[in-house]
Design a protein around this ligand. Structure first.
Ligand SMILES: Nc1ncnc2c1ncn2[C@@H]1O[C@H](COP(=O)(O)OP(=O)(O)OP(=O)(O)O)[C@@H](O)[C@H]1O
Length: 310
């Protein structure tokens, strides 16, 4: 649904985007993550056919950005990071205005407006002035607007920026719902944890360059390396550490200085640690705690971007 190859945008000597090559299929939700100025907006604007690249190829829904801009605009919903709303316009008027621009006519227009308002849970604000809405509501209105023509592809540029925690969660839930409708969604953020649970793929971009492209699990694996589990057998942890080290699958055992729990890292090729509790019990220990060691996504992001950020 979205395909780019060596997509590049230069401003003078600055590479706003350098040789971006990605491929998103139907139903993919792609988290596009990078700090300010990384090139996220540039990419989305090129895909939305609002900006020409310096070189490279890109197509959306099978249409080239060079020759199929009209078709692309019909097929996508682009929600920019900042968009204006008109003074003295009610919520329904605002949406009807855009519905008219998409040539949705007559009673169908009213129906569609009500439908998208319901979808983003803004029905109760239908008669409010758009300028009176909170930032969270305005973002939801922006999303409603890009859903009017039922696009197959959505480009959402930092939809959660500037929102309070509750509004962020609501926005995430909305994107999850859209995912269930098999839409292809590119959504940007500068925070990895914010997107981790709603995306099946992520791309991390820094200074115009894609430095990671894959699943969230791949990103975690790249940083964490081998699977690690936290184990505790209470006051016999020191003894269990020696025993664990004799298991052939175990690479390393380390006691956590604060909690005394044991971090057990497995050798390459061993992902499943479920044998650990079983074997410890068989070896006479009473298991108090066992879980896969969680990786802090913020750390994953910092690790992947290490050396590239200033
Ligand atoms: N019209 C322009 N002229 C010159 N440089 C530009 C122009 N537009 C963008 N840039 C530069 O291109 C780079 C990428 O900008 P872009 O807006 O794509 O980043 P971003 O990842 O979307 O950041 P943000 O999170 O701040 O929106 C930045 O260094 C920016 O200053």
């Amino acid at each position: 649904m979205i395909e780019t190859s060596d997509l590049t945008k230069k401003y003078g000597d600055l590479y706003a985007l350098e040789r971006l090559t990605i491929k998103l299929g139907r139903g993919d939700v792609y988290g596009f993550i990078g700090p300010n100025g990384a090139g996220k907006t540039t990419t989305m604007r090129i895909l939305a056919t609002l900006l020409n690249p310096s070189w490279g190829e890109a197509s959306v829904c099978g249409y080239s950005i060079y020759t199929g801009s009209k078709d692309i605009r019909r097929a996508i919903g682009y929600m920019p990071d900042f968009f204006g709303v008109y003074d003295d316009m009610k919520v329904t008027e605002y949406l009807e205005f855009f519905a008219a621009a998409y040539r949705i006519q007559g009673p169908a227009r009213r129906k569609k407006v009500e439908q998208v308002l319901d979808y983003v849970d803004l029905g109760y604000k239908r008669d409010a002035l758009v300028t009176s809405l909170s930032r969270g509501m305005t973002q939801r209105l922006g999303l409603a607007r890009v859903l009017l023509h039922d696009p197959q592809v959505l480009l959402l540029d930092e939809p959660a920026s500037g929102l309070d925690p509750r509004a962020r969660i609501e926005m995430r839930e909305l994107i999850k719902r859209l995912r269930q409708e098999a839409k292809t969604i590119m959504v940007s953020s500068h925070i990895l944890p914010e997107l981790a649970d709603i995306c099946n793929k992520i791309g991390i971009i820094e200074r115009g360059k894609l430095i990671f492209n894959g699943s969230v699990d791949d990103a975690i694996r790249q940083v964490r390396g081998n699977a690690t589990f936290t184990v505790s057998v209470g006051d016999r942890n020191a003894d269990a550490a020696v025993k664990l080290q004799t298991y052939p699958e175990v690479l390393l055992v380390k006691a956590d200085a604060k909690t005394g729990m044991l971090d057990v890292r497995l050798k390459d090729g061993h992902e499943d640690g479920s044998f650990l509790p079983e074997r410890l019990i068989r070896d006479g220990y009473r298991l108090k705690a066992f879980k896969e060691k969680e990786v802090n996504l913020e750390n994953v992001f910092m690790e992947i971007t290490k050396g590239i950020t200033n």
